[in-house]
Design a protein around this ligand. Sequence first.
Ligand code: NAG
Length: 439
Amino acid sequence: MDTIVRKKTISTSTPSSNLVLALLFTFLLQTIIRVECSNLNYTKYRKVSSLRLERIQRHLDKINKPPVLTIESEDGDLIDCVHKRKQPALDHPLLKNHKIQKMPTMMPKGMNINVESLDRSSKSGGDAWQMWHQNGTRCPKGTVPIRRSTVHDVLRAKSLYEYGKKQRRSPLLFRRIEPPDVVNNGNGHEHAIAFTEAGEELYGAKATINVWDPTIEVVNEFSLSQIWILSGSFDGSDLNSIEAGWQVSPELYGDSRPRLFTYWTSDTYQATGCYNLLCAGFVQINSKIAIGASISPLSSYNAKQYDITILIWKDPQVGNWWMRFGDGSLIGYWPVELFTHLADRATMVQWGGEVVNSRANGQHTSTQMGSGRFADDGFGKSSYFRNLEIVDMDNSLTSATNIVTLAENKNCYNIKSFYNNRWGTHFYYGGPGNNPQCR
Ligand SMILES: *[C@@H]1O[C@H](CO)[C@@H](O)[C@H](O)[C@H]1NC(C)=O
């Protein structure tokens, strides 16, 4: 009786202390947040101030748009179906009056337009697909599926500012210094890549990429396999880059599943750009493919292989950079307004793998690239990129014949390229990271 009265007194006669109590209560509730990564030996308890949580929530309210429908995926993702006109891209100051382009004016020569079809047939075992489709529910017409960001996603990032951003790559990579000089290049990014000869005029690139689930030793490392479309100076602050492929990034997604991703920057990974739809930029038109969602099924050792096909090219009339997935699904585009050099054309395309080696415990970590096997093991064992193609000045897709390969430390990860009729220009790449020759 006594307590009830006291409670009543607090709640009715002193609204300010009521507020204080409420704040204190939420503070206590939210002070200890459990940040957990399944499949990784990473369970961390972090103290988070309510002020920081408020800031994070404000940011999330900005990037998570009100959904028409939300679909729950088996992997824990929430996929929000957001009205096309409400998607994050249109918050960009340069896209205030942007009219969404429904279709590219032209495909690269010799290709068909088919917005929503999914061709699962593929010589090597079928296109990989997305886990949230298993729910059975689809996004309604006029909406686009967007992976919802959570407080935990942001808390795993180094800061709110860095959430969704990529650390700058080593500029040394681009100067083509031979391996001994490039080893230990400072920020721990390591590559096994193929790239076009400098100075070409390029308007797009295509490849079919084998999908695996490489293990990541440390939570803030990642392993990715992607296409880069580049222009600008590699060691300056004006590098324009458009990137897409699959990545495993425990920091970004909270798990170790490979996910379809995109990235863009117009200032060498500094203030502009981000992964997926985590900032205003990429305009999505597809209602079936969620960028940032996990891919399933995956390739396994000496068994069925799965791959994804990605084509990125510049609409020759409008100038937007379009992305197509599989054999016919248009995903969306990077509006020409986002870029400086890429508003004109690309000067280099790269294909391959990138990992971060944080040298935890003073050694090269055992974070894998590709399948975790070296290129030498070949089909069914090491990961591949096949049918490497570029889009030329004529808007024609042609086989990428003049490529150079590079791996900073071949004892950790390597790459071997080949050519044949069926797979055109292709390569195997990857590696285990830490091993007796890679410490
Ligand atoms: C699909 O998503 C809906 C909406 O979030 C959820 O209620 C349902 O349980 C999910 N179904 C399956 C089979 O996962």
